[in-house]
Design a protein around this ligand. Structure first.
Ligand SMILES: [Zn+2]
Length: 305
């Protein structure tokens, strides 16, 4: 009996040592397993997410991570999961906190983004040598993570929508107009029912609404994404969740538009609105310094100027 027990133990040890990694815990902190073969590195406060999608024909990556240090953390996790390379990187947006680490995988990885992404990158000061040096000087680890750095711009720019078939998976890319940057992309995996929303929605967080952002267009984008009926929603920043992430943001934008609309009708100035308008349910949100530019965006939506 004792030998049988020992044999059993040996088998358990064998399985623990050689069974493929299935738990995100094995990958380190901040990794979450979303579905079989889909792992997101998420929830480092305010940092951009990066998602690993394994396929029979290599890895698809959604965004490269907050900075090259984060990119290397994700690259190490990929090595634990598969011996296959990253074949495609999809940018949800062209800002540095999503794309700076592309050079770690590309070449050979092919980078895909919406039309306008390359122009946005080339016109942005965020990719200047001075900004790179500033980020590298944050720490010795960060400087080391920049080894081999070069700016990678998208190899493929699609318009409106495209499908990417890799191995057994299909990824549908949809342009999100005027939600955050010049080139925002939602990504939908219809079989897995997983949706990537880019920065069109946040989780208890005010978005940074640049002058190009339109709240009516963002509401249209949210409506389109809700109609896909996703099971898992992965925002550009913040923890993944369910469709409630979309519903909460839709509610916030509707209240914001209604509130600003009513105050404009009552003859209030933009400054008064910024001082007086409070949106219930947002008391514990982060990024409060961005709330005034959310009001600017709603004011543009209401008044057309
Ligand atoms: Zn951004």
């Amino acid at each position: 009996m004792k030998t049988k027990f020992a044999q059993g133990l040996l088998w358990i040890v064998f399985f623990l040592a050689f069974a493929p990694l299935s738990s995100a815990q094995d990958l380190g902190p901040h990794f979450k397993k979303i579905k079989d073969g889909i792992y997101v590195y998420a929830g480092v406060l305010n940092e951009a997410n990066s998602t690993i999608i394994l396929t029979q024909e290599g890895v698809v990556l959604i965004d490269a991570g907050q900075n090259p240090k984060a990119t290397h953390v994700v690259a190490a996790a990929i090595k634990k999961l598969t011996s296959q390379p990253v074949r495609f990187i999809i940018h949800t947006e062209p800002h540095p906190d999503h794309i700076r680490g592309d050079f770690v995988y590309s070449p050979p990885a092919i980078v895909i983004a919406h039309d306008g992404a390359t122009t946005s990158i080339k016109q942005s000061d965020s990719f200047s040598p001075a900004r790179i040096e500033k980020q590298m000087s944050e720490s010795a680890e960060m400087r080391a993570a920049f080894k081999g750095y070069r700016l990678v711009t998208p190899h493929v720019e699609y318009r409106d929508k495209m499908a990417l078939n890799v191995g057994e998976r299909t990824l549908e890319l949809y342009y999100l107009k005027n939600v955050h940057s010049e080139a925002d992309t939602a990504i939908w995996l219809p079989k897995e029912r997983v949706l990537f929303t880019a920065a069109s929605v946040g989780v208890k967080r005010f978005g940074n609404h640049r002058p190009l952002v339109s709240i009516p267009d963002t509401l249209s984008g949210i409506k389109m994404m809700k109609a896909l009926n996703p099971e898992v929603v992965i925002p550009g920043h913040g923890d993944p969740g369910a469709a409630k992430i979309l519903e909460d943001m839709e509610k916030y934008y509707n209240l914001l538009m209604e509130g600003v609309g009513a105050m404009v009708k009552a003859g209030k100035s933009l400054d008064d609105i910024k001082k007086e308008l409070k949106i219930p349910g947002t008391e514990d949100w982060t990024g409060k310094d961005r709330y005034p530019n959310n009001i600017d965006a709603a004011y543009r939506g209401v008044t057309g100027k």
